[in-house]
Structure formats: structure tokens, C-alpha cells
Write a protein that binds this ligand. Structure first.
Ligand code: MTE
Ligand code: MO
Length: 394
């Protein structure tokens, strides 16, 4: 597989570095302990939780803290906090891949234009859409550039509300040949980005949007969208990478089959595993997330005078329910079946855990494998989601 370009971390200000230094340690552990008590199947009950083992070889970017501004703004979610009772990412910790522009218009008076190959273009005000919105449920979002350098923190789950795309499409009568849909958001910024090309829009086939259950979100986790998450309107395409989930949506245009790919589609072509950088929208594969899995924390316990570890992780992506998940602790070791894994839905993520007693102190590179036939797991199998820990105590 070709090398996938990485999301780069903007430089941190001194203040941000200082903030970071103060949030480590105690508070996190306390919070975790509380969550662990809430875990249903805890094979280590009765043991003492000693702490988390850090993943090594990943960037030291701060987690759960906004850094940078505008197009370069990022927030990496601390995934070590995910548990059965914390399946949804609180909005203040939901990842941010692009911050809101300082030029973003006010929400009052925001309009959505629906045009292109339609009999009569229409303009909807945001109030109309907000009145039409309803609960949609939990959906995961992941940036296609999520990787070690971002500590895999460009991955989150929210409980969404919004208007199904089917209802938006029903408001207009399509002309012949209107088979694709161009969704565009507001994208003018004051600052010049160091890491991204401005201009967020994506072209889907109408069927792709309908089959995925795409919707225009107005709320997440019970409150209006925040500016950084696309207020007042953002597209969510369940199962697709975040780059297709256009924020600050202003325009929906029905277009023909020959439409050219947008700059956003081209910018993300290798991260969405396209073949080269196709010129036409029709030459793009859906930017869907393949099935994948990774550890999110390694817990260290003392149980009956012995040191034991528990690896907790998530599995997400794809559209099939996976039966068997396997784990390997170094390329020389064999894959073994993950102890506690049972998937019931492919969206959002599924938590799994595995009890582990390493044989010797060592650096272990943890990789997961999905062995079900016919499951595409290209990034997983290429080692893209490998995470390493250094074990000193066995
Ligand atoms: N208008 C607009 N929408 C956008 C982007 C953008 O830069 N501009 N970035 C996309 C990318 S790359 C991702 S991963 C998701 C991130 O959404 P979030 O910041 O709410 O997590 O938004 C997508 N939508
Ligand atoms: Mo992204």
C-alpha cells in the first residue's frame, strides 16, 4: 500500500505546552478508576489497578486540548477514556480536524442553497431545518489522516440529531442526469494554512448518500453543533471518513456524471485509498472506512501478587459484523484470539479487551487482525494501526 500522507501537528504555543504539563497524572487516573468500576466483565476484580502503560513512538501532542487556529486547529481525543459506559465522546473532547474560520457568518440568517440540475433551485433557512431535525443516533467519525502522529486521536463518536439527506433531496425535482451531489461548506479563512488546502466539498452519488443514511446534522450530544464541529449545519455520512463530512454546509448542487473531483477529494485521495489522484468524481471509490481495530489503553494490575496487563481497544469501520478478532504482541509471536470481543453493530465502535501476561520485559508492537473472510482491512493489515508499549515489569 502506498504511503498515506499524515496529518501534521501545528506548533504548540508556550501556554499550550504549560497547560499540557498540568493535566497529566493524577486526575486522569482517578477518572479512569471510576470508569473501570463501571466495567461489566472485569477479570481483574479484586486486583489493584496500578496505572496505564503509555504507548511509545507516538507524537507527544496534547490530548483533549485545542491547539492551533482556523484550518490548522486540531483537537486529538484521548481514546484511553473510552469504556462501556463512555461510548460517546463528550463534545468538548470530540476531535477537531479543522477549526472554524474567523470569517464564519453568524448562525442567524444562515442559508442552505439547493440547486444545480434541479427544476427549481430553493433556499432553506437554518430554522426550517432545525425544526425538521430529529434524533439520529450514535455514529463514529474518523479522519482519514488519523495515525501515530496524532496519537490516533482523530476518532470520536457522537449522538447526532439532524435531517436525513433523503428529505433534503425530496424537496427538489431533479432534472435528467442529476446523479451526483456536490456538498460544499464555508471555507474562507483569515490565515494561510501550513497543513491543509482550504476548500471543503465532496461529490457523492445520490445513491451513496441514501444508502449510507447520510444526514445534515444540527445537533450533537444533545446541544447545537459547536462552531468547530460545523455549526449550524454539517453533513455526516456514516461509515465514511471525516473528510466527506462537510462542515458549515451552504450549498448542495446536483451534478452530472462527468463532474470533476473537488480539491478536497484530491487532497485526500491517498488517505482514502484511491488509485492515484483521479480527475473525475466518478473515478473515486467511496471514501468508506475499512474494518479496523487498535488498542486504546494498556492497564497494569497486581492480582494475587502477580503483575498482569489488560489491553483494551476498539474495533470500527466496515459494514459486516466481525466474528473473530486476533491480537499479536510482536511480529515473532503468533496471533491469538482476543478474549473479550463481541460485535453487534458496525457503527459506532465496539470495545474489546484482552488479558495479557508478557513473558519478558520488552518493547511490544501490538497489532490486531480480522480473520473473517471477505473483510477488507487494508490499513489494519498494512500495520497502520500498530501501537507499541515498553513493558518493564512482568
Ligand atoms: N467545511 C469543511 N468541512 C470539513 C473540513 C474542512 O476543512 N472544511 N474538514 C473535514 C475533515 S478532513 C474531517 S476529518 C472532518 C472533521 O470533523 P470534526 O472537526 O468535527 O471532527 O470534517 C471535515 N469537514
Ligand atoms: Mo480528515
Amino acid at each position: 500500500m502506498a504511503k498515506i500522507p499524515e496529518e501534521s501537528t501545528p506548533n504548540l504555543s508556550r501556554r499550550q505546552l504549560l497547560q499540557r504539563a498540568t493535566i497529566c497524572g493524577g486526575a486522569l487516573l482517578l477518572g479512569l478508576n471510576r470508569q473501570l468500576v463501571g466495567l461489566q466483565r472485569n477479570p481483574f476484580l479484586g486486583g489493584t489497578f496500578l496505572g496505564l502503560v503509555d504507548f511509545i513512538g507516538e507524537a507527544s501532542a496534547p490530548l483533549d486540548t485545542p491547539i492551533g487556529a482556523e484550518l490548522d486547529e486540531r483537537l486529538y481525543t484521548d481514546l484511553s477514556q473510552v469504556s462501556a459506559s463512555h461510548r460517546v465522546t463528550p463534545t468538548s473532547r470530540f476531535y477537531v480536524r479543522t477549526g472554524a474560520s474567523q470569517l464564519l457568518p453568524e448562525v442567524q440568517g444562515w442559508r442552505l442553497h439547493i440547486g444545480g440540475l434541479v427544476e427549481h433551485p430553493i433556499t432553506l433557512d437554518v430554522d426550517t431545518l432545525q425544526r425538521q431535525a430529529r434524533p439520529i443516533g450514535l455514529h463514529l467519525m474518523e479522519c482519514a489522516g488519523n495515525n501515530r502522529l496524532t496519537r490516533f486521536g482523530l476518532l470520536s463518536v457522537a449522538n447526532w440529531e439532524g435531517v436525513p439527506f433523503s428529505e433534503i433531496a425530496n424537496r427538489v425535482k431533479l432534472k435528467r442526469g442529476a446523479v451526483r451531489v456536490l456538498v460544499s461548506g464555508f471555507d474562507r479563512y483569515v490565515m494561510r494554512s501550513r497543513t491543509s488546502i482550504p476548500g471543503a466539498s465532496w461529490i457523492f452519488t445520490l445513491d451513496q448518500l441514501l444508502n449510507a443514511g447520510a444526514f445534515l446534522a444540527t445537533k450533537m450530544n444533545g446541544a447545537s453543533l459547536t462552531k468547530n464541529h460545523g455549526a449550524p449545519l454539517r453533513l455526516v455520512v456514516p461509515g465514511w471518513y471525516g473528510c466527506a463530512c462537510i462542515k458549515w454546509v451552504q450549498q448542495i448542487a446536483f451534478v452530472g456524471n462527468g463532474a470533476r473531483a473537488t480539491s478536497q477529494m484530491q487532497e485526500f485521495s491517498s488517505r482514502t485509498l484511491q488509485d492515484g489522484i483521479p480527475q473525475l468524481a466518478s473515478e473515486y471509490e467511496p471514501a468508506a472506512i475499512d474494518q479496523t481495530a487498535m488498542p486504546v489503553r494498556v492497564e497494569k494490575w497486581r492480582v494475587d501478587e502477580r503483575i498482569k496487563y489488560r489491553v483494551v481497544g476498539v474495533l470500527w469501520g466496515g459494514s459486516q459484523i466481525v466474528k473473530t478478532l486476533e491480537i499479536r504482541f510482536n511480529p515473532e509471536e503468533e496471533f491469538v484470539v482476543v478474549d473479550h470481543f463481541h460485535q453487534t453493530t458496525s457503527d459506532p465502535w465496539t470495545l474489546w479487551s484482552h488479558d495479557w501476561m508478557p513473558v519478558a520485559p520488552n518493547v511490544y508492537e501490538i497489532r490486531l487482525k480480522i480473520t473473517d473472510p471477505q473483510v477488507r482491512a487494508r490499513k489494519l493489515d498494512a500495520g497502520y494501526y500498530d501501537r507499541s508499549v515498553s513493558i518493564t515489569d512482568v
